[in-house]
Ligand binder design. Sequence first.
Ligand SMILES: [Zn+2]
Ligand SMILES: [Zn+2]
Length: 682
Amino acid sequence: MEHYIPINNSLLVNDPSFQSSRSSPLILIPCMGCHLNDYSLVLQDARIKCTISIRINRLSVFNIFHRSNQVHKRYANLLLKKYFVSTKPLHFIRYSAHSIYLAQHNINTITPVHTSLSANSQTSDNDDIIKQLTLPIQSALLCKDFIKSSLIDIAKKFLPFTNFEFYSDGSVSNIGTINSKSGFGWLQTNPSIPQLSFNGSTIFFPSSFKSESLAILTILLVLPFYATCHIYTDSQNCIDIFNQKLLSPTISPRRRLKQNNFLIWDLIFWLISHHHLTVHLVKVKGHSNNKGNDQADALAKKGRISDDPILINHKFFQQSSLALFNYNHIYIIDRNIRKWSDTPIQSRIFNMAVNNSSLSPINHQITHGDIDWHYTKQWINFNPTDTPTSTKLRNIQSSKIKKSTFNHPTGNILQRNYPDLYPLGRINCTECSFDEDTNSHIGLCPAHRSAIEPLLSKFKQKLIDLIKDEHTSSFSFDIECRINNSNMFKLLPNILDTARQADPTTLIRIPREQPWILLLHHLIPRDLAVFFDNYFSKKNERSRFLIQFVSEFISELTTITWSSRSRSFKRWEKSLDITLKKKKNYRKNKSPSRLQPPLSADETPLIAPFQRRRQYTRYYHNKVLPYFKQLVNIDVSACIRWTTCNFLHSGTWESYRDSLLFNLDQFSPIQSLLDSYNPPRT
Ligand SMILES: [Zn+2]
Ligand SMILES: [Zn+2]
């Protein structure tokens, strides 16, 4: 197949009639051979003109001037052997080829708005303008068709006018819960123009800012070209963003994508520039008995009820080649993605951490939500020293982490780490000498009970006094009774003994009826946190009192349990001549051959990396090890539920971790909501 290519423009430079590239004609000459040459089709002689094979399902055709045409004859002086002149210039053909390509691949693009007036009658002119005006409504919104037609109807009625005045408002209810609903509404108040109103709802990342922004956007969508409007809103945030963006119209895509709800804001500024709108945002005080504002507020609240949300179609901006991230193929994450990524990452880390098998002694506490992770995080991060970093702080933190993950070096762990240093067989608790010395034994050990019991009553009284003196909540009559009844301050010997007598093959589980044991592991029990949540109304006061109380409580508990265990264990170690020095030099003194199985004779060193890898795999899949990763507490998809809740309803993922606990049933309404809102993939 012979093909033609555009003639090199340098040959035409001398011709004064081709000054602008727009008017330069497309002169085609036979290709003399190029990289498109398909040699498979011309086996005999590759020197002939190049041959292209291409699979197409549609051929685009354009016209050329006939040889006898004057335009064709004009280029006779170029002395070309064979040439054709296209009736359309090159840039036009390129543009149409691109459009055909996009159309064939079902990519919707926005055709530029033509303001040129055709010679048609007035009515079809109007139709044309309406068509162009409402194009963004048609293609930039993802919503039910009846919503689009109601917006188009409003646009038609507004068409003859230029000076508009709107009151707009957004409203979000129950934000941060799975019942959150966002609505927005506006009304036109200029008396010489039809006083139309509109309301709607939206979903995903609800915020009042998003609702207010969407109200402004839907106003701009219905305005005629070259209109001027004043929008009265009570959202200072919207006004700030609007003015800031208006002043710096060219911002980098990187900065643009950091703007929350950038899909809405991009469309707002696209409309202002392409529809030549003049927009003024005016601040109006919320709930100040302003009639227009109250009406807008009522409309926004009405909008919340709507089950048919309005979303922005990111494909409207197809021509910008920026890649956008979506959440689980549901919708674009139109906010600072780097910042937001913390949500899925942190929730996944937590999900993995609680599934670590070292936490199996508190398996039930985790699955039943007995641990207050919010306060536990605060307590673990609590710095009692007056410097941000210090050796002392490092030791405190490391001890907290080890105890909370059940990795404190008790007998069983030391035996695992230094198999040659410690005696074989079970290492028993050096205080009671009945049970194995493990992390979970510390709260169950019978040797500590006599000291723990008075301590629990001491701190029970302390808590009663603290709440009586400092409580800020309105109800307080039952403080003493509630605290007295709480298992938090009760030592129940029978329950502790039952937990101890688990048969040796199964793991020891810390009884749920004894929440104070959690404090020994630096985990804050809900049974304790609930008193602070109930009797202190201010959030920061609540945390401050709780951390202070817990700090003293844990410190005294540790003295009579961990510290006492540690002293007697050290005496026992000394009796066996196990010294710190020996532990420190343990690895050094071991020859590598003892730690790694020696290579057999037939294995060449080349296989060594595989050998090492296999050891690693064996290490992590060894169920005997306490940190063997195994799903014990929460299914792996829990972090996806928490993240999805954040995506659907805002609020931190932690708030869903705590309120949805780990119950799958509570997630099913969200799943059905997800299915119903999944926008069509175009
Ligand atoms: Zn070619
Ligand atoms: Zn013991």
